[in-house]
Design a protein around this ligand. Structure first.
Ligand SMILES: Cc1ncc(COP(=O)(O)O)c(C=O)c1O
Length: 410
């Protein structure tokens, strides 16, 4: 993570010494850098300056209300996937006309609520859902603006558990079904199909696959014109990846922006993005204390007070999140070490390291790049309360969500 630096062997985030929090706070906790989030937003907006899209933050990546309020101040909209996320976006101040609602399993209650709120677009993912939106709209005596998510049958190079654009995935509808629906639109008198959406997956580093998507969408738009159907928006989803390993290349936002800008000039439709990870991913850490150091055969297990219940990504996706000590030692472990959590699962592991800086029980480490799909994927597994969340901004620290109380879980 670019924002972490050692000074005199102590770890700093921005200019803030991480150790200084420990006197006041019980570990483990999440810590987000608001300055980093703002920097990410600036980078995204700069790359898209030629066509000024609506950037809807994918709330599933991080649903902290204080962060969402800040994103709203930066004029971001919201991409939601449940009535809970929709209510949260509204609570954060996001205007309904900047909210898109994705997801394959929206219930009638969720659809009714979204229609009543007048959100920008319900992005339907099946013919059945389109029919349901039409029927609910009819009952409410409304015409609802909707989007349709296509499944482009394009494989993104990413973990298969977060790839969504292949025909074997449950997401969206095929292009031929999409065109059939457009041809049959007179059967759906209470909807107006004015958006096309596509999202091929998450943690994508190569822009080539997005270029493929843009070409394909252009072809679909030609077919739509032949059918005399025009749309106002193309929603290109999210998925722009971040480096998790130190030497990973960065996502080339500049070239990506140029490619989308060309598409925009040709197609003359408004562009929407649903970006999650890129905006908050590298802004968040978990600070954790070492409870025990246990040696088994030729390996040391560094047992942390945080586990897969607080940060599930390593367990679910086998992803690497670099762990950095808050205090560097000049000595090193001679044997391999493995950081693990306290949860009763062997998948509760955060990776194996060689030649790691020497550590002692009672010392602290941080797990990096946890600002997206960290807290939102966490659970109460093993009856563990969800942990506190803090934001650092201009070197000032603020609690933005309290630790749950065990009593509240019982
Ligand atoms: C429909 C949709 N839009 C946007 C996103 C956000 O993706 P990311 O956080 O990779 O930008 C996701 C997550 O996979 C998604 O499913």
């Amino acid at each position: 993570m670019d924002l972490l630096k050692f000074k005199n062997k102590k770890l700093y985030i921005d200019n803030f010494k991480l150790e200084s929090i420990l006197k006041k706070k019980e570990t483990p906790f999440y810590l987000y850098s608001l300055d980093q989030i703002k920097k990410n937003i600036r980078q995204v907006k700069l790359s898209f300056k030629n066509f000024k899209p609506l950037i809807c933050y994918a709330i599933k990546a991080n649903s902290n209300l204080s962060i969402l309020k800040e994103l709203n101040k930066s004029n971001l909209g919201a991409d939601v996937v449940s009535i809970g996320e929709l209510k949260l976006a509204l609570k954060a101040g996001v205007k309904p006309d900047k909210i898109v609602f994705s997801g394959v399993g929206k219930t009638d209650k969720e659809i009714k609520f979204a229609i009543q709120k007048g959100i920008l677009s319900i992005n339907a993912e099946s013919r059945n859902e389109i029919e349901l939106i039409n029927n609910i709209s009819k009952k409410l005596k409304k015409t609802t603006n909707i989007g349709i998510r296509i499944n482009p049958n394009i494989k993104a190079k990413t973990n298969k558990k977060i790839a969504t654009g292949n025909k074997v995935n449950k997401f969206g509808i095929s292009i031929s079904d999409f065109l059939n629906i457009i041809q049959a639109k007179k059967n759906y008198k209470n909807i107006n199909i004015y958006l096309l959406s596509v999202h091929i997956g998450s943690q994508i580093m190569d822009i080539k696959v997005y270029k493929k998507v843009l070409n394909l969408v252009s072809k679909v738009l030609i077919k739509l014109r032949k059918l005399k159907h025009s749309i106002n928006y193309v929603d290109l989803g999210g998925g722009m990846g971040i480096p998790y390993f130190k030497n990973d290349k960065k996502f080339n936002f500049k070239d990506f922006g140029l490619a989308v800008s060309k598409f925009y000039q040709k197609e003359k439709v408004k562009i929407i993005f649903e970006i999650g990870r890129f905006i908050t991913g590298n802004s968040g850490l978990i600070i954790s204390k070492i409870i025990y150091i246990k040696k088994i055969n030729d390996r040391y297990f560094i047992i942390l007070d945080t586990g897969m219940n607080d940060m599930a990504r390593s367990a679910i996706y086998d992803t690497f999140h670099e762990i950095i000590p808050l205090q560097k030692s000049s000595k090193k472990f001679k044997k391999k070490i493995e950081f693990v959590g306290p949860i009763c699962e062997s998948s509760d592991t955060f990776g194996v390291y060689k030649n790691y800086s020497s550590l002692k029980e009672g010392e602290y480490v941080c797990i990096t790049n946890c600002g997206a799909y960290g807290r939102t994927l966490s659970s109460n597994y093993n009856m563990r309360p969800l942990i506190e969340e803090l934001i650092l901004s201009n070197n000032k620290l603020k609690t933005v969500r309290l630790r749950q109380k065990i009593e509240d879980l019982i």
